[in-house]
Write a protein that binds this ligand. Structure first.
Ligand SMILES: C[S@@+](CC[C@H](N)C(=O)[O-])C[C@H]1O[C@@H](n2cnc3c(N)ncnc32)[C@H](O)[C@@H]1O
Length: 250
């Protein structure tokens, strides 16, 4: 079940905290997520699958009123709590989103969590859990694996990771497993993720009451302007491994 899929993250708090500063995240993903979120001033938000709490803290600093960081991995939650306390950022961390959370939030953010649904039933359940906390008209921003990620495992190596399909002949097979190797700076760790198409994710979200589903590619931070873009980032922008999905609760 999802808990097993999440358990692989228990020891990875420090790695995921560091990962937030890897160039492809710092200069492409994070600015794109912030752009998709828009102004959070006075809003109540959930960071679903919050990991080390990087985005939960970011959303609080950006002006969100109430921030809940939710994750199934106890090790990640412990790490996230410690960092938020150290930095004096008030966040409620939880290992469960109970009925009291239903319809109580304006925004749910879920960065790299949909790929950890191991079956279609788990994908349905995860999408229902992501939509449940939203008020009518509330927004979900999520980052699944890109429907057309580059299946050559070496393509993203200069960004610090490789993504290797179990079945290289059928990289875009529904529910196909991928190994994500994270190798950058002092880190070397592997986790498994699962591929879901835009159709599969849209269908699961639709069942959970989502409307106005939109897909976009992450874009390079504007600050690069006309300046020379490092090759690794250029390659990433051309074929990102994740897309940015947005929808609303009807
Ligand atoms: C790849 S990490 C991403 C963490 C964080 N969102 C980030 O961007 O750094 C995925 C996280 O999702 C959590 N997770 C996986 N399945 C989950 C589920 N069904 N409910 C809550 N958290 C889940 C894992 O424990 C892990 O911390």
């Amino acid at each position: 079940m999802s808990k097993e899929s999440a358990n692989q993250f228990d020891q990875l708090g420090a790695l995921y905290e560091d990962l937030a500063t890897w160039p492809f995240r710092e200069h492409i993903e994070t600015p794109s997520v912030k752009h998709a979120l828009g102004s959070l001033a006075g809003l109540d938000v959930v960071d679903y699958g919050c990991g080390s709490g990087f985005y939960a803290r970011t959303m609080k600093v950006e002006g969100a009123r109430r921030v809940v960081g939710y994750d199934l991995a106890d090790g990640m939650l412990d790490y996230a709590r410690r960092v938020a306390e150290r930095d004096g950022v008030p966040i409620e961390f939880r290992s469960r989103l109970g009925p009291e959370c239903e319809g109580a939030f304006d925004v749910v953010l879920a960065v790299y969590v949909l790929p950890y649904a191991t079956t279609r039933a788990e994908l349905d359940q995860m999408c229902a859990e992501m939509m449940a906390p939203l008020r009518p008209g509330g927004r979900l921003v999520a980052l699944p694996i890109h429907a057309r990620f580059e299946p050559d495992p070496g393509y993203y190596a200069a960004c610090g990771f490789t993504l290797t399909p179990d079945d290289p002949q059928h990289p875009y097979e529904e529910g196909g497993r991928l190994r994500l190797d994270l190798r950058y700076r002092q880190y070397d760790a592997s986790v498994y993720a699962w591929y879901w198409s835009e159709d599969a994710i849209s269908a699961a979200l639709g069942k959970a009451g989502a409307t106005a589903i939109r897909w976009a590619n992450p874009a390079l931070d504007e600050r690069y302007g006309a300046a020379e873009v490092p090759q690794a980032l250029q390659a990433y922008v051309e074929k990102p491994h994740a897309s940015i999905l947005q929808c609303r609760k009807s």
